[in-house]
Design a binder for this molecule. Structure first.
Ligand code: ADP
Ligand code: ZN
Ligand code: ZN
Length: 744
């Protein structure tokens, strides 16, 4: 017998199977999904691969499979094949997500009391560029970066063990700014020693019961069905998840529950532990070391852990006898992966649920426009609505302040009179305040008043941002820093001004206006270590800090009973981004931010400052009315032809050599144009430099397409990509992204 083996490699040209002979003594142990070690080419070391098919004979002279290791299931191999086709990547890229972490070595895991855990210091994209473009030449460095990329939070011994490289190389990478070491306390499992009281289930309200029974029926009938559980925060969605999971576990089945990484707080997990105990719960998040993740994986495979709570990639958890998939805050953009494979967890959930004949439950207070569309205008998704708050808490009062009027009245500060007075009152009453601003740093850009010169990053063609505390300019794309400019390099003028606002500037202004208040800031500058997001929120809550100032990150996760005031400094910043989802994002963020106010017994107040008070997404957020927002937005989408009425496909070309990138883009465009010129459902736009046309000295071009992504067009993309891979270009990178999160 001949096995068709897919090697575990990211090399695009090796994304195909190779034939190997199965020695007689191994025959009975090999099936589709078995992991095997095989000789390949002239390499001395054996390569890892997976059996994806069989045939009677091979037209080639074949080598023997040498050894076997742990296996995937036939279903997982099928899923990986589907993903490679759908997301334009290697099958091996997808298999990686399903493999038990750290199984490349059979040795025992190293356990230490006081440990340093290793994280990427640079952005993943940047590390990938440097690896692929040859900035990092050392094979061992590459190996370690690859490993850390997939296993953030690994310890140095684990890295040594699983990559077979010495710690000296890890240290070099730390020195060169690619990795950072974080001292971690022994507490490997923060919940291990915690006493959590058991919680009883509630008697469901009528609305909750209706929703619960609809989903239970699908489970009893062993039927795939997709549900939207639509209800405002506090309407009792989580209670329904808990009771569904209980039913599933009683039938000796398991459940996967996805939550956005940032919402995966101890508080959230504790609620599940209080109901089900620690024993049968596995929690998968990025803070786990590879050793811990390995343990959790094994507990799931052995059917000890039946309830999996985790971020995006937990959808690949190897649980036994899956009974239900729940996706909380289903609108969250973190469910779409921005790295290869660029999968959407919702797609994978539906694929698996169809295979297993089980329901998928999507929960949200502000559903994705596409989800809501499918739930109200088509039969694809069943709508289950919760219209009341289960605990009868009051919705906060939301006010909109027109910043144009403030300016006209001579108020140039970042705080309107209204917000200033509200903060003052809140400080007196010893209640807490959250101020939300969508921009970090001090000001957004630096400009010469005389000639209009702005300081831009030479690597990235984007404006540099002033950071007050360090008194430096920083590029938010590549991290480049430079000294502040006092004399214009273009015209010599000294009239350099700082425009816009950022979290740092806001904090300084608050300190000036309320000198006796305590403040804490949360943005990507203060949240550097993996734990720190949680720590900042805990400090804010436990030490009763007066004012929390932050970006997006403040809107999720915690429950702050003492917060009675939420101020949005400028709601416009998310409205003006170049993205068809700008309105949707604005509405979601504002609704979520508003939900932070007055969740305890105290009534809450929300003040939204904006230059566009008439904008419909802001108005709908004020009324916390998703339906009116949806009605306007869906009409716009239909008129302008955006999802759900079509797909937006972006083909990206990136590389150091601008000419080569441009030629590749033009050639691809010609192919697309020839193939699609008579296709009325798909529009191909001319190749253009991306809105940010250079990042990290890599030039970026793109082709945007709008239409129905049919199997024929999917195949066309694969043909074009293969043609480019076959040219063996050293540095150029081409990717296809369907409905990307980010249009830049
Ligand atoms: P959501 O997940 O929609 O935000 P939760 O499930 O967290 O809502 O419920 C909000 C609050 O109401 C929680 O404190 C929860 O314990 C409580 N709750 C939920 N369902 C009920 C119920 N049927 N009876 C009484 N309290 C409930
Ligand atoms: Zn100038
Ligand atoms: Zn830059």
């Amino acid at each position: 017998m001949i096995a068709q083996v897919m090697l575990n490699t990211t090399a695009k040209k090796l994304n195909r199977t190779f034939d190997y002979h199965i020695p007689e003594n191994l025959e009975q142990f090999i099936s589709i999904g078995t992991k095997v070690m095989v000789p390949f080419g002239r390499k001395k070391e054996l390569e890892e691969g997976f059996v994806t098919g069989f045939k009677q004979a091979s037209e080639y002279e074949v080598k023997d499979i040498v050894t076997l290791e742990e296996s995937l299931t036939e279903k997982q191999i099928a899923l990986a094949n589907m993903m490679a086709q759908k997301y334009y990547c290697n099958v091996a890229d997808c298999i990686k997500l399903m493999q038990t972490p750290g199984t490349r070595s059979k040795q025992n895991k190293v356990q230490e009391k006081k440990i340093q855990t290793i994280y990427l210091k640079k952005e993943i994209e940047e590390v990938e560029y440097d690896m692929q473009s040859g900035v990092i030449k050392s094979e061992k460095q590459q190996k370690i970066l690859q490993f850390v990329k997939e296993n953030e939070g690994a310890t140095i011994p684990e890295i040594e063990l699983f990559t077979d490289c010495s710690r000296a190389i890890v240290n070099t990478l730390i020195k060169n700014g690619y990795l950072e070491a974080v001292e971690t306390k022994v507490d490997r499992n923060p919940l291990a020693n915690k006493k959590i009281e058991h919680s009883q289930k509630y008697v469901l309200t009528d609305e909750q019961q209706h929703a619960y029974h609809a989903i239970e029926r699908a489970m009893n009938d062993k039927r795939y069905e997709q549900f939207l559980l639509y209800g405002i925060t506090g309407s009792g969605k989580t209670e329904i998840y808990l009771q569904l999971i209980e039913t599933v576990v009683q039938k000796n089945q398991s459940a996967i529950m996805l939550v956005p990484e940032i919402s995966l707080t101890p508080q959230m997990v504790e609620r599940f532990i209080a109901r089900f105990g620690k024993e049968q719960i596995a929690v998968l998040h990025s803070k786990l070391s590879v050793g811990e993740r390995h343990d959790e994986w094994i507990r799931m495979k052995e059917n000890k852990a039946k309830i999996v709570i985790g971020a995006r990639s937990a959808i690949f958890a190897p649980v036994q006898n899956l009974g239900i998939i729940l996706i909380d805050e289903e609108h969250d953009s973190s469910y779409k992966s921005e790295a290869t494979p660029k999968y959407h967890a919702k797609d994978i959930a539906n694929y698996i649920a169809k295979q297993e004949h089980i329901p998928v439950v999507l929960g949200s207070a502000t559903p994705d426009i596409t989800t809501y569309y499918k739930a109200t205008k088509t039969n694809e998704i069943t709508m289950l609505k919760l219209s009341k708050r289960a605990n009868h808490a009051q919705l906060p009062k939301v006010e909109i302040i027109d910043l144009k009027e403030e300016l006209a009245n001579g108020n140039h500060s970042m705080l309107s009179m209204e917000l200033y007075t509200a903060i003052e009152k809140n400080l007196k009453e010893k209640h807490q305040t959250i101020l939300f601003l969508n921009r970090r740093g001090y000001s957004t850009f630096v400009m010469c008043r005389e000639c209009g010169y702005t300081v831009k990053c030479t690597n990235c063609n984007v404006s540099m941002t002033y950071h007050g505390y360090e008194n430096k300019l920083k590029c938010h794309y590549c991290g480049k820093e430079q000294a502040v400019v006092t004399i214009c390099p273009e015209c010599g003028s000294t009239k350099i001004r700082y425009f816009g606002t950022g979290t740092q500037k806001l904090e300084q202004e608050i300190k000036k206006q309320f000198p006796n208040s305590t403040t804490i800031r949360m943005d990507t500058d203060t949240v550097t270590k993996k734990n720190s997001h949680e720590q900042i929120l805990n400090t804010f809550k436990n030490q009763n800090i007066d004012i929390l100032i932050g970006t997006q990150m403040v809107v999720k996760g915690h429950h702050f009973p003492n917060v009675t005031l939420v101020g949005v400094i400028a709601a416009d910043s998310s409205l003006n981004i170049d993205d068809y989802r700008a309105n949707e994002r604005t509405f979601q963020i504002l609704t979520q931010v508003a939900g932070r106010a007055g969740r305890g017994n105290l009534a809450g107040k929300v003040i939204i400052q904006t230059y566009q008070p008439q904008d419909f997404s802001i108005q709908a957020a004020q009324k916390q009315n998703y339906e009116t927002f949806f009605d306007t937005e869906i009409a716009l989408r239909k008129q302008l032809k955006y999802p759900p009425f079509c797909d937006i496909i972006v083909m990206r070309f990136e590389g150091k050599n601008e000419e080569q990138i441009k030629i590749l883009a033009m050639e691809s465009y010609n192919q697309l144009y020839q193939a699609l010129k008579n296709d009325e459902t798909m529009t191909v736009f001319k190749p253009m430099p991306a809105p940010i046309d250079k990042i990290q000295n890599r030039y970026r071009w793109r082709i945007v397409m709008k239409g129905q992504l049919t199997p024929t067009i999917n195949a066309l993309y694969h043909t074009i990509l293969k043609g480019i891979y076959d040219q063996n270009l050293k540095d150029a990178r081409v990717t296809v992204d369907v409905n990307p999160n980010n249009m830049v």
